[in-house]
Design a protein around this ligand. Structure first.
Ligand code: NI
Length: 178
């Protein structure tokens, strides 16, 4: 069990695009360690997703998911635990949906972020096998958020009204988020 420190906004590496992993990487000790560290760290920090650059590894790998009602996002239904390696968003809805979003790298802050209603993703499993699937709702939002991390972007880059940016506790006290 290794809980890593979260790389915080302001650290230059978080703003760099991450590198794809190559075919030889799959199944290695490094690969297994990275994926374990991501899950251990996501769970310990109560995240719903975590990208490798957030624990200081600039590779195109992220994980997400939660099995029970989540205390940071109590309105959302569970999302299956998923690993995405070298993901590509191959299609996306024209329609966008707005929801308050946060990020472990931008602690205690939320803002209203428009995201595609659905995205279709091609990626690789932990064993290197390719898959392609369409995702919608909160899962599609998490995927877009984590995908942005491997491009060196943060949720605030996608906001179109910075006035909605707030401190989580104040947004809760104001009844704007749960
Ligand atoms: Ni994030």
């Amino acid at each position: 069990m290794t809980v890593k420190n979260i790389v915080l906004a302001g650290t230059p590496s978080l703003r760099q695009a991450s590198q794809p992993v190559d075919a030889q990487w799959f199944g290695t000790h490094d690969a297994k360690t990275l994926i374990h560290d991501l899950f251990d760290t996501m769970k310990a920090r109560l995240g719903v997703g975590l990208a490798a650059p957030q624990i200081g590894v600039n590779l195109r790998v992220f994980i997400y998911g939660f099995e029970k009602a989540h205390e940071r996002y109590p309105d959302q239904k569970p999302v299956p635990l998923t690993i995405m390696i070298n993901p590509k968003i191959v299609a996306a809805s024209a329609e966008k949906e707005y929801l308050y979003e946060g990020c472990l790298s931008v602690p205690d802050v939320r803002g209203l972020v428009p995201r595609h209603d659905w995205v279709e993703v091609q990626a690789q499993h932990e064993n290197g096998q390719y898959f392609q699937k369409r995702y919608e709702g909160f899962e599609a939002r998490i995927i877009q958020h984590e995908f942005a991390h491997i491009e060196g972007k943060l949720f605030c880059d996608y906001m179109d009204d910075m006035r909605t940016l707030g401190i989580t506790s104040a947004l809760r006290e104001s009844g704007i988020i749960k």
